[in-house]
Design a protein around this ligand. Structure first.
Ligand code: CP
Length: 304
């Protein structure tokens, strides 16, 4: 595929090739001079209509490390604030001859719209609740780095599944690569339809969810999207679902801990676990740069 909007049209072999490419990119990033000419002459636009730290910084670095020109478009500082539509914004930017777009937007499906009106390769950097494919790729890469392979690995994802595009993309990606996914949270935050996906199980009991897990991922409680009724109380959530040492005692001995960030420390994850031996949270962040270099390379240069 020319775009990375979700994983629908992506065969497992091609997804593995993206992860293999990230190995090569990590080698580039370990050198004193972390720059290659792979995307020289191309212009990449990061079009962010919603805030970001990790995804925006790592995509911009990834493109620059491969010698692309980068246009950093932030909707809040643009004519979007005067009411300009997404379509007109994209057509305007395309008139400046962008070669690819990296799009974040609060509306599910917005990246598809950018693909339609730009006619250029688009990478979805998070659209509403729908998908965040490069986050799932860097999560998969971090687990693969630990275990060598994803086949037969059990991944428990715990927290606010309802509002999470990260959970949806991981539920789509990890089974394609041979892993089993358990999504866990209170019933109010666990959409039943995700249980229909191949390789995905829904569980409300966190102890059962982490039993035998090789990786445990905590999800951010998106409190800004919870207007009452989702939780009995915050303390009740912490007591039952917080990823902490007591819960991890049920997981595999060497189980690693992931969090896509940003974290609510001591809410969905305890501070000691976030900073502890099992944590691969900052490894996820640094892997994100290599994975995004690989995605850009595969989509724009098209060689495996
Ligand atoms: N994980 C993630 O997408 O983080 P940002 O919102 O900071 O990009």
């Amino acid at each position: 595929p020319r775009h990375l909007l979700d994983f629908q049209d992506w065969a497992p072999e091609r997804l593995s090739a993206l992860l293999d490419g990230a190995d090569t990119m990590l080698n580039v990033l370990s050198r004193p001079v972390k720059k290659v000419p792979a995307l020289q002459g191309l212009t990449v636009c990061t079009a962010f209509f919603e805030n970001s730290t990790r995804t925006k910084v790592s995509f911009e670095l990834a493109a620059r490390r491969m010698s692309a020109d980068v246009v950093s478009f932030a909707a809040g500082a643009s004519s979007v604030s005067k009411g300009e539509s997404l379509r007109d914004t994209v057509e305007t930017l395309t008139a400046y001859q962008m070669d690819a777009y990296i799009v974040r937007h609060s509306a599910s499906g917005a990246a598809h719209l950018v693909a339609r009106y730009s006619g250029k390769p688009v990478i979805n950097a998070g659209d509403g609740r729908r998908a965040h494919p490069t986050q799932a790729l860097l999560d998969a890469y971090t687990i693969r780095q630990e275990y060598g392979d994803l086949k037969g690995k059990k991944v428990a994802i715990i927290g606010d599944v309802l509002h999470s595009r990260v959970a949806r993309s991981n539920a789509e990606l990890l089974p394609k690569l041979g892993a089993e996914v358990t999504l866990c949270g209170p019933a109010t935050l666990l959409p039943l339809e995700l249980g229909q996906m191949p390789g995905v199980t829904l569980i409300t009991d966190p102890r059962e969810a982490v039993r035998g897990a090789h990786a445990v991922m905590a999800l951010r409680l998106q409190q800004e999207r919870m207007q009452g009724g989702y939780l009995a109380s915050m303390q009740d959530y912490v007591n039952t679902y917080q990823v902490n040492e007591a819960l991890l005692a049920e997981a595999e001995d060497g189980a690693i801990v992931l969090h896509p960030g940003p974290m609510n420390r001591d809410l969905e994850i305890s501070g000691d676990v976030a900073d502890g031996e099992r944590s691969r949270i900052l490894k996820q962040v640094s892997n994100g740069q290599a994975v995004r270099m690989s995605v850009l390379y595969h989509l724009l240069v098209g060689r495996d």
